[in-house]
Design a protein around this ligand. Structure first.
Ligand code: HEC
Ligand code: HEC
Length: 208
């Protein structure tokens, strides 16, 4: 823990140094600092390129930059509040200023999403159907209408393809209970039963 805190302080100093020049696009120095932090600090959990191999830690590679920046700001503002967000990300994000957030978001958005080591699940074909069509009888809309036909995200709606099933399942539960309080996804998740959540999560993990 001590080593981790020191690491964070080091990161904060680097971030401060890197954010001297302000611009809409991160400049070369800000990009280099973001990469350094991503690899040495964030990488311990999310993997150096954001292709995390541990199901608790979401994959960030190839994710939409605006979505990533919004999430980091939500952790920093302490509005994204399920226990893992509080336990892991509130402290991390408190060290990041806006420039660092933009540069980190740009870094991960530019990384290539690698296929996940997803296992076979009998629920995958059911999940594919829910993703593409929703569950009309329960008033669940098609996920593809916002997250895109290939689950690569659409506009600022996040990418879901290749994300760890365990993480997706947990987020759907958090949207349903409003621990992660986002009206649009609460509306989607409120009528999904656990079996359907499981199926759609298993399907998404297999997507390239
Ligand atoms: C000690 C482990 C750990 C470290 C280090 C860490 N994270 Fe995280 N991060 C997590 C966990 C766990 C979650 C999932 C929180 C949840 O379940 O709500 C997360 C979630 C996120 C998310 C949200 C992803 C999504 O799909 O919504 C972003 C963005 C993120 N982290 C960025 C970062 C950045 C940038 C750093 C470095 C400054 C970092 N993380 C360092 C553990 C970590
Ligand atoms: C009307 C648009 C819309 C529809 C339909 C929709 N979503 Fe979402 N989804 C969103 C938005 C917006 C977010 C980002 C929430 C935030 O800002 O925290 C999101 C976030 C998510 C996340 C969190 C991603 C992460 O990295 O943490 C998951 C998981 C998710 N959606 C799954 C689904 C599934 C499964 C379906 C279909 C059953 C679905 N969504 C349908 C708009 C939508």
């Amino acid at each position: 823990m001590v080593r981790f805190t020191l690491c964070l302080l080091g990161a904060a100093a680097l971030i401060a140094a890197g954010s001297a020049a302000r611009a809409d696009e991160p400049d070369a120095a800000a990009r280099a600092h973001a990469q350094h932090i991503a690899v040495t600090v964030c990488g311990t959990c999310h993997g150096p390129n954001g292709n995390s191999t541990q199901p608790k830690f979401p994959r960030l590679a190839g994710q939409n930059a605006n979505y990533l920046a919004a999430q980091l700001k939500a952790f920093r503002a302490q509005t994204r509040g399920d226990p893992d967000a509080i336990g892991y990300m509130w402290g991390m994000a408190s060290q990041l200023d806006d420039d660092a957030i933009e540069a980190l978001a740009a870094y991960y958005a530019a990384q290539k999403a690698e296929p996940s080591a997803s296992g076979a699940s009998a629920a995958i074909s059911r999940g594919r159907e829910i993703y593409a069509k929703g569950v009309a009888a329960q008033g669940v809309p098609a996920c593809s209408s916002c997250h895109g036909p290939d689950a690569h995200g659409l506009q600022d709606f996040p990418r879901l393809a290749g994300q760890h099933a365990q993480y997706v399942l947990k987020q759907l539960g958090s949207f349903q209970s409003n621990m992660r309080n986002v009206a649009i996804m609460h509306g989607v998740a409120q009528n999904l039963n656990v079996g359907d959540m499981d199926a759609v999560a298993a399907f998404l993990e297999t997507q390239p």
